[in-house]
Write a protein that binds this ligand. Structure first.
Ligand SMILES: O=C(O)c1cc(C(=O)O)c2c(n1)C(=O)C(=O)c1cc(C(=O)O)[nH]c1-2
Ligand SMILES: [Ca+2]
Length: 703
């Protein structure tokens, strides 16, 4: 490795320190801006400068780009807006008209994390799998391609969605996709940025029978990956997983593209690969050549995945002094709870240390970095239920980290969300709905307030300042609960973060002291950006509670307090003078339910609900504040109304497509009976907790 690696920002970006021209600001994806008008001394005067109400009330995960005073923001349903970055005035809007029924094919909300900018064009992936190039001046489409090949169908499953930001390298625009919770075979594709023509495709797991795809991955899969899968495992019918749904990084220093590869499909390792083999490239970082998609190296963080331990999390490059030598490294804090430092050129493992409490591995092999997996963590082989920490939502999810070269610290939005993993009696693959090979009706959050409060204590979130050289924590800032926003570090020695409880904060980057707080009125999960416009420094962030945590975890995800979705873009500056309209909402208001239900039918309905409805409407029919709380829905009041929505797709335009391929009339009615039962069981309590003077749902309050 060369000791004198050049700075990672391209010449163009160094000339424009006031811009935010790519997803992680520079190709190093450090999410550091040198701007310092707003610093530790002045941040107390920070005020809202402008805001824009968005046209969807679901999760907002986007990183807005800012180029020459114009902001390009992507929002839920893959919509794009260009704004005057100084005023928030809308210059143009583009709606790709993503069909509503695609929502059923994604695990985690119809989010979008951002666009790419290159040579006057804005590139965005759409939830239904298109990649679209827009003219940055007016938002008119220049070209559009379907990134999902026609033959990417497994049995009758076709569950590919795109929500990550594309990246650009050598005029090639690179995009992956998600879908491993349903049944998918992961791949990334490189398209000519000028024409949209496909240049290469790299699959992350082999094809059944070791069949070639005529893709860039053929030789590598056959040589390295195929021997790590059992030829007749269930993966041959569910795709194996390995979706590249978030992090893709082009590193100009090494001229390599790094992709973060996701979890196994289904999760159940015994079903997937008969409990045999490491299953490459699941849970790995893979380095490719950007022009050809050719394989260069890989490092597998999580062999034998059965925990949804993706390596899709934010990949960042740094130049770090290691053993007296400056080395160009990748730092990575994936779901599995270990902080990895790898040589960026070779993928060599340099170090790895748990950055959170974890119970699945007895550390890593110091030479190879391979985890020593505890036997009891291998739930799909032991047939014993196992409570894993981290759980499937990870010790860190897609919310980006940030690094400050001034403090030498990596800031991580860390969290603890334990998960129960249990083998079902039988694994069945469904054309619609989750296909995890895990028991979904294994138990739900308790209703009893004391037990609930106890369970809530395990749900934690904090800002972690991590020293990547010493591999240890320097300080932490504890939040009310998990699922807080991504991070931004600045030359003003500040770290900005929005929180699940609807607050937006600036912390002292050297010690975590809380220097600024703003009530954003809705949970913030997106990462902030900063830029100059008209001589003023702005800090902007998309606001909008959503993503997997509230959708799946449901009522228990109200750890931050009452969660509502007011989707907006907020921009702050030192002399701002805007104010938000008042809001005092307390989630979805309970509506007195019908009193009669059939307890036996409701019992069967629970099982169907947990299999087909939980992913969006929340565990045990309690909403986490984003998608409708079905206990209070008008649709449960008549069998006909419920069937119209669930089986006939009456609300498809809103993302609630038909489940007729997996549920019949009788099963839909059982789900309705279950929802009425849950409404009756919880109505009085939900009314009562809205009078709670602490202003948070009772039983969730940890103070
Ligand atoms: O395996 C996959 O294909 C896949 C895709 C996605 C996605 O596309 O958003 C997520 C995940 N997995 C996942 O495991 C996860 O925790 C997750 C959280 C989110 C989110 O946006 O909140 N997406 C995803
Ligand atoms: Ca996943």
């Amino acid at each position: 490795a060369r000791a004198d690696t050049p700075p990672v920002a391209t010449a163009q970006e160094e000339q424009q320190p006031g811009d935010w021209p790519s997803y992680g600001r520079t190709p190093s994806e450090q999410r550091y801006s040198p701007l310092s008008q707003i610093d530790r001394r002045t941040v107390g005067q920070l005020k809202l400068a402008w805001y824009l109400d968005l046209d969807s009330n679901r999760g907002q995960e986007g990183t807005p780009l800012v180029v020459n005073g114009v902001m390009y923001a992507t929002t839920n349903w893959s919509r794009v807006k260009a704004l005057d970055a100084a005023t928030g005035r809308v210059l143009w809007e583009y709606d790709p008209r993503t069909p509503g029924d695609i929502a059923l094919r994604g695990c985690c909300d119809t989010v979008n994390r951002g666009a790419a900018y290159w040579e006057g064009k804005i590139y965005v992936g759409t939830f239904d799998g298109r990649l679209i190039a827009l003219d940055a001046r007016n938002g008119r489409p220049v070209w559009s391609v379907n990134t999902i090949p026609a033959d990417a169908t497994l049995g009758d499953i076709r569950s590919y969605t795109v929500d990550g930001a594309p990246r650009i390298a050598h005029g090639v625009i690179v995009i992956g996709n998600g879908g491993a919770e349903f049944g998918a075979r992961g791949f990334v594709s490189g398209f000519d940025a000028r024409t949209g023509a496909l240049k290469w495709r790299f699959y992350t797991v082999p094809a059944p029978g070791n069949r070639p795809d005529h893709a860039a991955s053929d030789a590598t899969l056959s040589r390295i990956a195929w021997p790590t899968w059992q030829p007749d495992g269930g993966w041959t019918r569910s795709g194996g997983g390995g979706t590249v749904w978030d992090s893709i990084v082009y590193d100009p220093v090494t001229d390599l593209l790094y992709i973060g590869v996701g979890n196994g499909s289904p999760w159940n390792y015994r079903f997937r690969s008969n409990g045999v083999g490491d299953n490459l490239f699941l849970g790995s970082i893979v380095a490719l050549r950007p022009q050809t998609g050719e394989y260069v190296w890989h490092f597998q963080e999580t062999p034998k995945d059965q925990w949804d331990f993706t390596a899709s999390q934010h990949i960042m490059t740094l130049d770090l002094p290691i053993d007296g030598q400056v080395r160009h490294v990748i730092v990575h804090a994936p779901k599995n709870g270990f902080f990895y430092v790898l040589d960026a050129r070779s993928g060599e493992f340099l170090s790895g240390t748990p950055y959170v409490f974890q119970n699945w591995a007895d550390g890593l092999d110091p030479v190879t970095g391979r985890p020593r997996i505890r036997p009891e963590a291998m739930w799909s082989l032991t047939d014993r239920p196992w409570v894993g920490i981290p759980g499937a939502l990870g010790a860190h999810n897609w919310q980006p980290m940030a690094y400050s070269p001034r403090t030498g610290l990596v800031y991580i939005p860390a969290q603890q969300i334990p998960a129960l993993y249990k083998t079902p009696d039988r694994v069945r693959l469904h054309p619609v709905g989750l296909n995890l090979g895990a028991e979904m009706a294994a138990g739900s959050a308790p209703d009893d307030p004391a037990a609930r409060a106890q369970a809530a204590k395990a749900l934690q979130g904090w800002l972690l300042a991590w020293d990547p050289v010493a591999q240890k924590a320097r300080f932490r800032v504890d939040h009310r609960g998990p699922w807080n926003g991504g991070l931004l570090a600045t030359g003003g020695d500040l770290v900005f973060q929005g929180l699940a409880n609807g607050e937006f904060h600036a912390y002292d980057a050297t010690n975590g002291q809380d220097l600024f707080r703003f009530n954003a009125q809705s949970g913030v999960i997106a990462p902030p950006v900063t830029y100059m416009a008209g001589g003023r420094q702005f800090v902007a962030v998309e606001v909008g509670w959503g993503g997997i945590y509230p959708l799946l975890v449901g009522g228990m995800a109200r750890t931050g307090g009452w969660t509502v979705n007011h989707s907006r873009i907020l921009a702050f500056a030192l002399d701002g003078d805007a104010t938000l309209p008042p809001s005092g909402q307390k989630g979805f208001l309970p509506v007195a339910p019908p009193v009669d239900y059939d307890a036996q039918q409701a019992g069967a309905g629970y099982v169907h609900y947990q299999n087909f409805c939980i992913a969006c409407h929340g565990d045990n029919a309690e909403s986490g504040g984003v998608l409708p709380d079905l206990r209070w829905s008008g649709a449960i009041r008549t069998p006909e109304g419920f069937r119209n929505v669930v089986l006939h797709g009456a609300l498809t335009a809103y993302g609630m497509g038909s489940f007729a391929s997996v549920l019949d009339d009788g099963q839909a009615e059982q789900i309705r009976q279950f929802l009425i039962k849950r409404a009756n069981d919880t109505y009085a309590h939900e009314m009562h907790i809205r009078d709670n003077p602490a202003g948070v749902p009772e039983g969730i309050d940890k103070d």
